[in-house]
Write a protein that binds this ligand. Structure first.
Ligand SMILES: [Zn+2]
Length: 416
């Protein structure tokens, strides 16, 4: 990493070409590493941690950088965002116990996307509110048009070489989760592929009932919803989910509940999935919602069917556990699982779902930060509005401009 480089030029072409000569990696690969280091410089506390522990390799650092691709300019240029991200990642990657499991790149990406989803869109909300206050009814419609055209551009298909057609469409997280659940339910019931299930649901007169569990902190103002498998929801999806909710369950009760039989009831299941987030096998990222519920102490040996004795394991890892080569202990208070392997090694896996104590603290902190940012955005919008009424009509809302994509294009230029 050159120390005299002016990072605001955002063009690694020459540097990467020079390094490629001496280390023999492709300029593109070198540039992606330099970008990752550049991003790390924006996160000083994390950088200090990495330099102390050396626990993140370039692969992890590149994944952090990649999770930020497509970030809106609003957030990219906002020191508050970087400060928040720095704190959250530093906490996520600081070991608090001996033998912790290093968070996987997927888990780091989920963390980063969570921060982005919670902090994004506030500026837009403020802009719209400002427009209404300014009694300019044309502009909110302009925003709707932009939404509409984004939606209509999001359905695409292309013909493949063998004559079949691949299609792709973009949905908001809540709609996607409903579609995914319907497709999965049908595919499981009929033992068919997801593509076949989707086709049947569209073309045949079939109805499936879809139940989604959305987790929402009741003691945090304006808390974001959490929905598997998509993760943290933005504000708009959270509001819709709350409106749609047909049933509310208290997860504190479910945490303590116990049933007599082998199968957990829906409340205990929901608690387990909400606490664990994913399969708890070290490093497995399969969403808990698709997992099996394992009794740590077998039911037939007197192990209760209750959250304190159960964890989520995907089918593959449930089999591995059942063959007796590995054991685990569960800290019911923190949700941590301590895995004990046959060769004497052990590792601690932290619960990552929205109900895990660490995650609940995270939501609280982030919500307070969001409130502060909201306050600041409001003041800024107010100042802009005053400026505007002095100058005349305002330009349209700033588009989402992904600064990192531009850099990537620049990297495609020939190195010499
Ligand atoms: Zn697994």
């Amino acid at each position: 990493m050159p120390t005299d480089f002016h990072a605001d030029e955002r063009d690694w072409t020459t540097v990467a070409a020079g390094l490629a000569r001496s280390i023999g990696s492709s300029p593109r690969f070198i540039a992606s590493n330099l970008e990752a280091l550049d991003t790390l410089d924006k996160l000083p506390a994390l950088r200090e941690l990495v330099e102390e522990l050396h626990h993140l390799d370039m692969f992890h650092l590149r994944k952090i950088d990649e999770a930020l691709i497509g970030l809106s300019t609003d957030l990219y240029d906002d020191p508050f965002f970087w400060e928040t991200l720095d704190d959250i990642l530093t906490e996520h990657l600081s070991p608090t116990r001996p033998n912790p499991l290093l968070p996987t790149p997927a888990s780091i990406t989920r963390k980063i996307r969570g921060v982005i989803r919670m902090l994004e869109k506030i500026e837009e909300t403020e802009d719209t509110a400002g427009m209404e206050d300014a009694e300019n009814p044309d502009e909110p419609e302009g925003v709707d048009d932009a939404e509409e055209s984004r939606a209509s551009n999001s359905y695409r298909s292309h013909t493949d070489a063998d004559g079949s057609v691949t299609t792709e469409f973009r949905l908001d997280a809540l709609t996607y989760a409903s579609v995914e659940k319907a497709v999965r339910t049908y595919a499981t019931e009929h033992g068919c592929s997801f593509a076949r299930a989707l086709t049947a649901l569209l073309l045949e007169k079939i109805q499936v009932q879809v139940v989604l569990d959305v987790y929402l902190a009741h003691d945090v103002d304006d808390a974001p919803g959490f929905l598997q498998p998509v993760g943290w929801l933005d504000r708009e999806c959270t509001e819709r989910a709350v409106e749609m909710a047909a049933k509310v369950r208290d997860m504190a009760e479910a945490a303590e509940a116990e049933v007599a039989g082998y199968r957990p009831n829906p409340a205990i299941r929901a608690y387990l999935e909400g606490r664990d987030g994913t399969c708890r096998w070290p490093g497995c990222n399969r969403p808990a919602v698709y997992s099996q519920k394992d009794h740590r102490i077998n039911h037939r040996d007197g192990g209760p069917t209750a959250a304190a004795n159960m964890v989520c394991l995907c089918q593959h890892h449930h089999n591995r556990k059942s063959d007796g080569q590995v054991h685990y202990a569960l800290d019911a208070h923190t949700g941590d699982v301590i895995w004990l392997f046959a060769d004497g090694r052990w590792v601690v896996d932290e619960a990552e779902g929205p109900l895990a104590p660490k995650q609940r603290r995270w939501v609280q902190t982030l919500s307070q930060r969001r409130a502060r940012r909201h306050e600041r955005a409001r003041a800024k919008a107010e100042a802009r509005r005053r400026e505007q009424s002095r100058k005349g009509p305002r330009p349209g809302p700033a588009g989402q401009h992904p600064p990192r994509m531009i850099r990537e294009e620049q990297d495609d230029a020939p190195p010499f």
